[in-house]
Design a protein around this ligand. Sequence first.
Ligand SMILES: C[S@@+](CC[C@H](N)C(=O)[O-])C[C@H]1O[C@@H](n2cnc3c(N)ncnc32)[C@H](O)[C@@H]1O
Length: 317
Amino acid sequence: MTDAGRPQRVIVGAAEAVRELRTLRDLLRWAVSRFEAAGLAYGHGTDNAWDEAVSLLLYALHLPPDRLDPWLDARLSRGEREMATALVERRIVTRAPAAYLTGEAWLRGLRFLCDERALVPRSPIAEALDETLAQWLDVHRPDAAFDPGAVLDLCTGGGSLAIFAAHLFPHAAVVGADLSEDALALATANASLHGLDERIEWVRSDLFASIGARRFDLVVCNPPYVNDASMRALPPEFRAEPHDALAGGRDGMDLVRRIVVGARSHLTGDGLLILEIGHEAEHFEAAFPTIEFHYLPTAAGEQLLVLIEAAALPLPA
Ligand SMILES: C[S@@+](CC[C@H](N)C(=O)[O-])C[C@H]1O[C@@H](n2cnc3c(N)ncnc32)[C@H](O)[C@@H]1O
């Protein structure tokens, strides 16, 4: 059916939903209809209207985020229906990512505090550290155990990757660096939430500028890499995030160039740089035609992350 052929009042408003609907299943169906009609954009932890509705409604009802089935046909009180529908309406009216409305985001089972001071955590680097890196190491360094003593999360934002690395590599001293004081304040709160105050040092730094002469076995980095044309086309949900967390200049490579040029001085001899480049693989390959690198595939895509060994990086000028 074309939009022109749709019945005019197929989508009911929140007040009618509170009055007429009864179960969580009812409300989920209603929320999906509302989201579809509103043309929302996804990409901050979910990629479709159903998952977005599930995460928002479970949050509103104070239910665990990872279990839906037991509650689907539970009847909701009027107060619960009011709270849940209000959150759905806020998502539509504000066009803010759900995580900014709830104040929390989940990345591979870890909970992070989340607000407008930093990007909503969603980097596939977490999955790479958990899974793909081990596969790469099996192939390329089968004889050596990878147990980094020092890890740097450059462009750490709210600190999710630094915290993820601290959990994953219990022997590592972890540094998280960012230019934004606001983001680092959020990262500090997240470290406390995870009981990692003693394990992670937060540094305000323009890329490597305030890192001194320190070297790391692993540098992970999700820098701003969105090219100018893509920035202009961003849906409102992404415009709600800090501009400086996303914008990477004409070809998206402004920060990436500086990182690739600076990284070798901050890596140990067999250190690794894992860099997120999003959908900018073409621009990355054009910017670095002679550097030997490896794509690290993740569920989100084959060419969103690159791994570069220290020896393949340019020597310091
Ligand atoms: C794409 S966000 C990544 C945040 C976090 N690592 C994540 O994956 O969710 C990029 C981060 O880079 C920071 N940033 C931008 N320019 C920077 C610079 N010159 N030096 C250090 N950090 C910078 C931004 O403040 C932002 O927090």
